[in-house]
Each structure stands twice: as C-alpha cells, then as structure tokens.
Design a protein around this ligand. Sequence first.
Ligand SMILES: CC(=O)N[C@H]1[C@@H](OP(=O)(O)O)O[C@H](CO)[C@@H](O)[C@@H]1O
Ligand SMILES: [Mg+2]
Length: 512
Amino acid sequence: MAHFQDVSKQSSLHPKPAELVSQYGTAGFRANAKLLDHIMFRMGLLAVLRSKKTKATIGVMVTASHNPEEDNGVKLIDPMGEMLLQTWESYATQLANAEQEDLLTALKDVIEKEAINMSQEATVFVGKDTRSSSSSLSQAVLDGVSALGGHSKDYGLVTTPQLHYMVRCQNTQGQYGEATVEGYYRKLCQAFIQLIKNKASNCTDDQKHLSVDGANGIGALKVHEMESHLKKELLISLFNDGSKGKLNYQCGADFVKVQQKPPTGIEINPGERGCSFDGDADRIVYYYTDSDGRFHLLDGDKIATLISTFLKELLTQAGLDLKIAVVQTAYANGSSTHYLENTMKVTVRCTKTGVKHLHHAAQEFDIGVYFEANGHGTVLFSEAAEEKIQQLAENPSTDDERKRAALLLRNTVYVINQTVGDAISDMLLIEAILAIKGMTIQQWDAMYTDLPNRQLKVKVSDRRVIDTTDAERRAVSPAGLQEAIDSLVKKYRQARSFVRPSGTEDVVKSLR
Ligand SMILES: CC(=O)N[C@H]1[C@@H](OP(=O)(O)O)O[C@H](CO)[C@@H](O)[C@@H]1O
Ligand SMILES: [Mg+2]
C-alpha cells in the first residue's frame, strides 16, 4: 500500500537513536527533547491507527508538564477526552522502540492484532506547550499522521486539558461544547458567571482578587487570553507569565507542592489567595501567607475536600440521592482521608499514581471527585447524575430552594472539564465555591490540619527493581525494603511512608 511506502520514506527523516529504549509511562513518553523526534513521528502513526480503530478523533499533546524546559514528552488522548486506553500503551512502547528496519512490521502487528480497517478515515488533533522544542516535535507528530494518510488539525499552543476538551467536543458532535479555544472560554466563563451570581452577601469586592503563577508556561498565555470572558468577576494578577523566567524553574505547582514554599516571582499580601499552575496547566495548588509570614499550602487534597463538601451540600439541598466519592492516591495526606471518611462521610478510594487510574475509579460513582495531592484532578458526573440534575433544574414544580441548588449543580457541571484535571477549570470552580460559601482561604484551610509530610526524589541506577502493591503503598521488591520502612515507621504515631519508581522521571520517589 502506498501509505506504507510513505511511512518508510518519512520515518528515515525521523531516525531513532541507536540503543535508546523508551517507555510509555505514567503520562506518556518523557525524556530530554533531543531523544524524542522519532517517538513523535511514531505517535503520529499510532494516533492514526487509534483513530481508525475507534472511528473517532484522537488527540496528541506535546508537553513534558512539570519537567524542566529541556525535556519534552507526548501523550495520546482517547475519543471522550480521556487518557489512551492502557492496552494501547504497550503498542506505543513497541512502536517507539522498533529499530528503523522493523518499524513497518511493528505497525502491521498493531493493525493485525486490532483488526484495523485501513480504509477507515482518521483524524488527529495536535497541540503543544511553550517549550522551545515543542514546535519541531509537534511537526514530527503531524508528519507521522500524514505519512499514514490521516487528517490532522493543529491547535498549536494549548494547555493539555484544552486539547482533551477539543477531542471530546469533536467526538460528541458539539454536545460537550464547541471544539475551539474560544468555545472553551465561553462555556467555562459563562458557567462561572452564573455561579458567581449566587455569591454570599458577606463576599466583598476585595475577594475577587487572585494571584496566579503561570509557571512561565502555556497556562499563563491562556489565562491572559481568557480574561475578557470573566467580565471582571474575577480579577487576576498574573505572575511568571513567561516573558522573562524559565519554565517551571523555581515556580509552578510541582515546585510549590514539593518544596512547600511560594514560587519566586510572585507578590501577594498576607492573607491573599495565590495559586500555581504546572507547565501544561493540568494541575493547580493554592496558598497564602499568614500575618506571621508562615506559608500555607492548599493542595489537591484540600481542593478535593472543598469541592466534595460543596457538592454534598448542594445534593442535600436539591434532595437528590446521588452517591459521591473521592478518589486519592498514596500521596494523599492521611488527615484529608480521615476528614473525608469520618466527618464528611464520603466514600474514599485509593488508586495508583497517575490520572488514568483515578479517572477510572471515579467513573464508578454518580459523582466522582478525584485529585492527586499535587493538584491534578477533576470531577466526573455519570450520565444518569447529569440527567437527574437537569430534570430537577427544568421541572417547573421544583420549589425555590431545590431549584437554586439544582441550577448551581448544573452550572458546576458546565464549569468543570470532565475529560481530565484542568488548572483553569478547577480555578474557576474553586473561586466560585469560595464566593458562594463566603469563605476565605484561611477558613478553607481550617477544614482539617495536614499531617507534616515530605516528598523525596532519589536517582538510582535502575528504578525498575522496585515493585509495589496495594496502590503503591507497599514495596514487594527488592527484598527487605518494606521491612526497613516498617521498622522506621512504627516508631511514630499516625506515621506512613512508601517508596515507588516514578513513571515520568528517572528517579525513585518517596513520601513520609
Ligand atoms: C508524586 C507525583 O506528583 N507524581 C506525578 C508524576 O508522576 P510520577 O510517576 O510520580 O513521576 O507525574 C504524573 C503526570 O503529570 C502525575 O500524574 C503524578 O501525580
Ligand atoms: Mg501537567
């Protein structure tokens, strides 16, 4: 077939460095940008196959999120805007590692195993972050798509969650929204403005201020683009907007979470709210400094608590019987889990690190709130839950209090990007909740007190020797490791610690 000749010819322009072995990890491939050109081209090919298989548009995002500027990466997006189906991750790894002369065989192997009809049309949406390497790497993806005869649409600079959103809009024929960046701002900001109309009477205009650390990345550009849609209902001061600083360097959500200190380059007065995005704007954490100069971090666990409390209250007011659950990972602060289970009385689930795992667990409930402690998360509403909310909001015989709650729930659904964690969407939701509840960031922080914790990264010669179980909370190999951890942990009250290999960096991570 003509396409295969094109693939052979074109792939030699995107050669694989000899002996390089890569793996589709927690969130796709990540490495130094110099090692990725062949992977990008091949992910373009794979996206075409995935599109033919699903008879839907597939997304490919070029980004390395919170990693340093020198790195880059790529992740594939499935039809409903979720992460690539896990069984396809191994195809991605096989294609990435095939030697030049074996590439066609590897490709044909996927086609055969998945019984792909090669005459089916294919469409791939491509997006990229602001890294200097992203332009040429996203071109390599586009080359891969066209080599296999697929159609592509290049969205250029977008946040990761924006591209996820576009894919879902496209595959729902616009039901989820319009597949444009403008359409995204319109949907989210309209919902935000509707929500804000219900703000508490004690909520003053001062509380409209929010400082945003854009991590010198794509999120900064997009917040700036969105601002006019907010109609001055949220007044954003943007820092680390990429005009001078380096991406993720001493700033951004990962820096703030791991270091537990404010990003450089931001100015906020004591008591005022600040938040940080990561390099592709799918994570957000909040913080403030108190009058004694002490820094307080409100991470993904605090965000999940705020959102689930808000939703639970609305469900009660609306008289809707929907089951709500919170999904966390081993990194969750024990104090948050305790509060959610014992005070809030919501079901809590723990999964492995990586949004794909949390997302699937959250899908099992009417309303699934999932957040990694690092601020990556969103809320999923089942189809039935959305329908019940919609019916109640539209039913003329619903009494006033229930109607108000139903309308708030409906706009909450609209402001949320259900495809994946989204810093912009999460920020709008959090800002709306604080205004509606008339709550300051200090009051939010006081919902529960975090247990002290530290994250550590260690470089080892081969991180794969560590194998874990029980949602990564226990190490099964190497022998003796877990026993050593246990004997240290048992010296302290309410203590916990674990070790796991990272899926995005060549390090071993631990939390205690
Ligand atoms: C401790 C931590 O923050 N881990 C992050 C990080 O994965 P690692 O496998 O830990 O490198 O990157 C993932 C993708 O952004 C994110 O989902 C995950 O939570
Ligand atoms: Mg990210």
